[in-house]
Ligand binder design. Sequence first.
Ligand code: NAP
Length: 247
Amino acid sequence: MKLKGRTALVSGASRGIGRAIALALAEEGADVAVNYVSSEGPAKEVAEQIQKMGRKAVLARADVGNFPDTFQMAQDVLKDFGHLDILVNNAGISSDKTFVKMDHASWRKVLAINLDGVFNCTKVFIDQMIKRNYGRVVNITSVIGQIGNFGQANYAASKAGVAAFTKSLAKELAGKGITVNAVAPGFIATEMVAAIPEKVQQRLLDQIPLRRFGRAEEVGRAVVYLVSQDGDYITGAELSINGGLLM
Ligand code: NAP
């Protein structure tokens, strides 16, 4: 087991990619804090699955877009775990509209969760990582942040912001035993992609050289790679998992 004795928090771990990351970390031996904002039942199920593997799991409710809420969550998690080794900033939303139709509220909502959320979660855990001279931070970006997309100016800007944040932090923290990386999924079969109209899904598949959507578990295993000893020499990277959509 590659992560035995490690502690981790995954934001947005109640479903989709975050759930798969939380389970993959636990499979490799980590104790995991399962963050969610509203899906308590599904988050509990994830925590129970982790406990069945013999790991410790705690529920960590917080709106990551809200700093005081996130700060309180961190206090509770640190009380339970003692310290945090691995932080995966996965929570994210989309609110798609062409720019002409996009109002300020929709812009702010996406930026508040996708970009401010990464700042908030990292801020509340980083000091104790620096103190222990060890930490692994992985931020989930998106191929959309790399290439832009029609109707997703807010989402693309938030993810490109997280990618730039990742590289800056990697440089600042490299001397403190902390690596900071990003994983940029392409289209992964989760609720987010299921919400795309079928016709558009088919057009997307036609553009993906591997001719299928990715699986959340494939993202989970990439995160394990980056936070385990295998990834010790990797920092400031943005690992693409997109079936060849961008190369
Ligand atoms: P999803 O199925 O919609 O799940 C989103 C998760 O984020 C849920 O656990 C949700 O919790 C949580 N969340 C939402 N707002 C939150 C908040 N304010 N505070 C805390 N948690 C919050 O999404 P997904 O498809 O798995 O995507 C996960 C991440 O991967 C996102 O950052 C997304 O942008 C990125 N991504 C996804 C794809 C894709 O194809 N699916 C591609 C590229 C990148 P609740 O259940 O409690 O609401």
